[in-house]
Design a protein around this ligand. Structure first.
Ligand code: AMP
Length: 454
């Protein structure tokens, strides 16, 4: 019977949703590297891992973020479920975490240091670095009123960016919005000032003036920027207490050698911020800024002492930040997958069974193993080399007959016939030698850094 021609499907494949991404290959490795680095660092700072629902009742977000914010008024994915309840795919982590703090009685653990990461959803105009489903790293301290908490979160963010190797052209912009009374007093004079110049504002900012006047300060429109330059500054309205708080934050950053730039026009988009507000932003025209396209912020956050009350809790101080995983991943560059320790190359069916047994044994001993099962021998050996394998374990007819494998050291080219249970020792020697070499080069890098610093 002849082979029939493949049947072409007439069904049209559905497209992925606009603004979502399927992440694969080097991009997926970079993404995983960002998440793993965050996991490692949050443990150094003793943040507890939490897992949160991807959707919440809509009120969780509309009440805490403020009805007038862009996120609530334009960007939420809200829908009625089959029980006619309005639900929303989370557009940010903080509000859901605050809800969980209250509904689970996490007050008993306060102050709690919480960390998580995962997908978020905002109906934004998609472009490079801006998606409708994106992912964030998130760190929050709830129930801590002291500036020490702000400092620790900032030092942790700084360490994360440094360890990811993306800190070079990135600046920490820092501001204070004062306590509630400072913020309100400043807001009143800002509104008066912008009202007096209403006609010179951009159309968007004229609308902001009604709904969310602080946002005029971070407008990119040249007309707004011009007016913002002479606008009243928060510093003139800070209460003594608010000044003292901010002073302690900056002292803490100095003590921990974290550099920052005071940025009086920095306001965060959401209503609930008080005191400290910050963003890590690439310097204009730097290689990092170019890679990120027109999207500028890598990581942002601040103190949100007013939020828990909007959800019906008692006044609870809190501070946190979030960083875009895709944006960080764009900057970390190619991350090689972990190299293979042993490549197994079986020739023939019987050899395949043997390969499976040896592969299982080695993986149980925590070696990274890949079986190269098909294709010409030469091709398979070159794929093993590309995967960074230290040794190839070749199993052909002769090896089946003698109950051995050919153990080939891929660096020296030396080859020997070994019984399967003799493989572990030379493999351990090779992996230990590689680990030592890696360590030496890390130490050399560190020495170079120290040298440059001094
Ligand atoms: P935000 O919650 O808006 O303060 O954002 C915190 C961080 O999340 C930003 O600095 C970005 O790195 C990232 N981010 C926010 N919105 C998006 C988006 N639509 N696409 C990709 N990353 C985003």
């Amino acid at each position: 019977m002849g082979l029939s021609a493949p049947v072409m499907s007439t069904l049209k494949t559905p497209e992925a949703i606009r603004g979502t991404q399927d992440i694969f290959g080097a991009d997926a490795e970079a993404f995983a590297h960002v998440a793993e680095t965050f996991e490692r660092i949050r443990k150094l700072y003793r943040f507890r891992r939490i897992e949160m629902p991807v959707f919440e009742k809509t009120a969780v977000f509309s009440r805490s973020l403020g009805e007038t914010t862009d996120v609530v008024s334009k960007e939420m994915y809200s829908f009625d479920d089959r029980g006619r309840e309005s639900l929303t795919l989370r557009p940010e982590f903080t509000a859901g975490i605050a809800r969980a703090f209250l509904t689970n009685g996490w007050q008993q653990h306060a102050p709690v240091r919480l960390a998580t990461h995962g997908p978020l959803f905002r109906y934004e105009r998609p472009q490079k670095g801006r998606y409708r489903q994106f992912h964030q790293l998130d760190a929050e301290i709830i129930g801590a009123a002291e500036p020490q908490a702000d400092v620790e979160l900032l030092v942790m963010a700084d360490q994360l960016l440094k360890e990811l190797g993306v800190a070079d052209d990135v600046t920490l912009q820092l501001n204070t919005l004062g306590d509630a009374s400072s913020r309100d007093a400043w807001r009143t004079v800002l509104v008066e000032y912008f009202m007096a110049h209403r006609d010179s504002l951009s159309e968007d900012s004229q609308e902001r003036l009604e709904r969310n006047p602080l946002r005029i300060l971070d407008s990119k429109d040249p007309r707004d920027k011009e007016l913002t330059r002479d606008a009243p500054q928060i510093d003139d309205y800070l209460s003594g207490e608010a000044q003292d708080f901010f002073g302690k934050v900056t002292q803490g950053l100095d003590a921990a050698s974290v550099e920052y730039v005071r940025t009086p026009t920095l306001v965060r988009g959401l209503d609930y911020y008080r005191h400290t507000a910050f963003e890590f932003v690439p310097e204009p025209d730097s290689p990092a800024a170019k890679k990120m396209g027109s999207q500028s912020t890598l990581l942002g956050g601040g103190r949100y002492d007013g939020l828990i009350e909007t959800l019906g809790g008692s006044p609870t101080p809190a501070v946190g930040w979030a960083a875009g995983i895709e944006r960080l991943a764009m900057l970390v560059g190619d991350q090689a997958a972990d190299p293979v320790d042993a490549a197994i190359v079986p020739i023939g069916d019987e050899a395949m069974t043997r390969a499976q047994s040896i592969a299982a044994e080695l993986r149980r001993a925590h070696y990274t193993v890949e079986v190269f099962a098909s294709g010409k021998l030469k091709k398979r050996m070159s794929r093993a080399n590309e995967a960074g394998a230290l040794a190839a374990l070749i199993i052909g007819e002769d090896e089946i007959a003698s109950g051995t494998v050919q153990f080939k050291d891929l660096l020296s080219g030396e080859q020997q016939a070994l019984k399967p249970d003799e493989v572990l020792e030379p493999l351990m020697e090779l992996t230990t030698a590689r680990a030592m070499k890696d360590l030496e080069s890390e130490v050399a890098d560190l020495a170079r850094l120290i040298d440059e610093d001094s």
